[in-house]
Design a protein around this ligand. Structure first.
Ligand SMILES: Cc1ncc(COP(=O)(O)OP(=O)(O)O)c(N)n1
Ligand SMILES: Cc1nc(C(=O)O)sc1CCOP(=O)(O)O
Ligand SMILES: [Mg+2]
Length: 483
């Protein structure tokens, strides 16, 4: 077997040593270890600090940092680099050389001083960071004071992030924890999209949260997570750490743990600032059981006749009249029957027809008027395929959350690889008691039986029923299994 297989991903940490073990390199190492990664550490400064603030950056030799990096690179396959304190110009130049020899993701938490006050990074270093380091960085994670110091005082987060990105950074994540808002709102600007991540703020002042956030992000990227997922998971890790934080000496410190993240720690994601913190209400729905997704009113009739209690009409046709005909006909099938009838995509028609609910994907959420669906009293189901899509779904507060594709599907082309049963188990554990979950994608009778063991309340399928040799037999098998 290749000796590099099954090795922990190595994360190179470049930053200052806080001898009190609360922030900087010590916090970074604890975080990286907790994410199942291996920390490599290059110390940029032997700081002197206390609860009163930072009094000394502490010189280290750039030549030694360079030599240490070369040893690390020779012996480890570095998967991500996280940079914190850059105290001196010579160290900044050395870091630039290191970054030029590295191809993977670079996370830069631009520590310019200590939150408790005292010394700050000299102007020449700040200028060098701006012009020479930022262009080599994948994600920069300033807090508000750092954003102001690097750009302009009191600049908006959107404009500030824009300025940093103009220097060549791929993603700018501005941490809003220092604002006096009741929510901890981070702004993310990236080539993929701009969005806000938010969760409830706790009253406690916890040390080292910025270091932990950036190290968590680096660890998730080193482990191969999508960059948006990595940001969501890192924010959840910090939120959980703050919620469980504890007193050490004069400080309140993050709790590091490998336990699963709880829903209360999971951030919400939205694209418009005016929607931050606005929670809509949708009627609840029960566990939905066997949930066929079908393309015609004819199939709705055939399956309701078989005893199906949840069904979705998913007509992928451009002809609006035809969709309307299918919908009207399906509505008369389900009228006065205990059937949970969902309409895919066409939310306005669903409201007009008085359907039980609507199912929307992430792109559909952009176009739909979610408030109108809520006001009309329809249930809402939302698709998710990743952690960041889950964060988006949580902001909408739907009636159920779907996860897919659990297995390879032939019914639809998607940029997502199969989630697998373990990922479904994570969704069930995270959302249990809060949102009903629907699993979809490549599910047949045998697989449905396996998935039931995760505790998922519903399985949705297209081909297993509509392409079956004997759809009635398959439907009866599924219904019998899910009782
Ligand atoms: C139950 C259920 N889950 C997921 C989907 C997929 O919805 P969406 O992502 O909007 O894709 P389309 O179905 O519109 O192609 C679904 N329809 N139902
Ligand atoms: C429509 C759809 N949405 C999916 C998602 O993952 O969001 S998977 C899928 C197709 C499901 O069809 P089948 O049961 O034939 O695999
Ligand atoms: Mg859709």
């Amino acid at each position: 077997m290749d000796a590099t297989q099954n090795q922990k991903p190595a994360v190179l940490l470049i930053g200052g040593l806080d001898p009190q073990g609360c922030a900087g390199m010590s916090a970074d190492i604890m975080t990286v270890l907790n994410h199942g990664c291996h920390p490599l550490s290059l110390i940029t400064g032997l700081t002197e600090q206390s609860a009163e603030g930072l009094t000394e950056f502490g010189l280290v030799s750039p030549a030694k940092v360079k030599a240490q990096f070369e040893n690390c690179q020779a012996d480890f396959d570095i998967k991500a680099i996280k940079i914190g304190l850059i105290p001196h110009l010579e160290i900044a130049k050395c870091i630039k050389d290191i970054l030029n020899k590295f191809n993977g993701p670079v996370i830069f938490d631009p520590v310019l001083g200590s939150t408790s006050g005292g010394m700050t990074v000299p102007e020449d270093v700040k200028n060098y960071i701006y012009k020479e380091i930022l262009p080599l960085v994948t994600v920069v994670t300033p807090n508000l004071p750092e954003l102001y110091a690097l750009t302009k005082p009191d600049i908006s987060v959107e404009m500030g992030a824009q300025l940093l990105r103009q220097e060549g950074v791929d993603v700018c994540l501005v941490k809003g924890g220092h604002s006096d808002n009741a929510l901890a709102i981070d702004f993310v600007s990236s080539t993929l999209a701009d969005f806000y991540l938010y969760n409830e703020k706790t009253a406690v002042q916890v040390r080292g949260t910025g270091c932990v956030m950036a190290s968590s992000l680096a660890s998730h990227l080193a482990s191969g997570q999508d960059i948006r997922d990595a940001m969501v998971l890192a924010k959840a890790y910090v939120a959980r750490g703050i919620r469980l934080s504890h007193k050490v000496g004069p400080y309140q410190l993050i709790h590091h743990s490998q336990q699963d993240i709880a829903l209360v720690d999971f951030p919400k994601l939205c694209y418009q600032p005016e929607l931050i913190g606005q929670t809509l209400e949708f009627p609840t729905c029960p566990e939905l059981g066997i949930y066929p997704v079908v393309e015609s009113a004819d199939w709705v009739k055939k399956l309701v006749d078989e005893g199906i209690k949840t069904i979705q009409l998913r007509v992928k046709e451009a002809d609006q009249d035809l969709i309307q005909q299918h919908l009207q006909s399906a509505m008369s099938t389900v009228a006065n029957k205990p059937v949970h009838f969902f309409v895919n995509d066409h939310w306005e028609m669903a409201i007009e027809a008085g359907a039980y609910g609507v199912h929307l994907g992430q792109e559909d959420l952009h176009d739909a008027n979610i408030k109108q669906i809520s006001e009309a009293g329809l249930r809402l189901g939302v698709s998710t395929h990743s952690y960041w899509e889950l964060a988006r779904a949580l902001a909408v507060n739907p009636s159920y959350i779907a996860l897919g594709p659990i297995y390879e599907t032939t019914s639809k082309q998607m940029p997502f690889s199969p989630q697998g049963i373990e990922r479904l188990q994570q969704w069930v554990d995270l959302l249990n008691g809060h949102y009903p979950i629907v699993a979809i994608g490549g599910i047949n009778v045998e697989r449905a039986e396996q998935l039931r063991k995760t505790g998922v309340g519903s399985v949705a399928m297209i081909t297993a029923i509509t392409k079956a040799n004997d759809y009635q037999h398959v439907t009866q098998q599924l219904l019998a299994m899910w009782q």
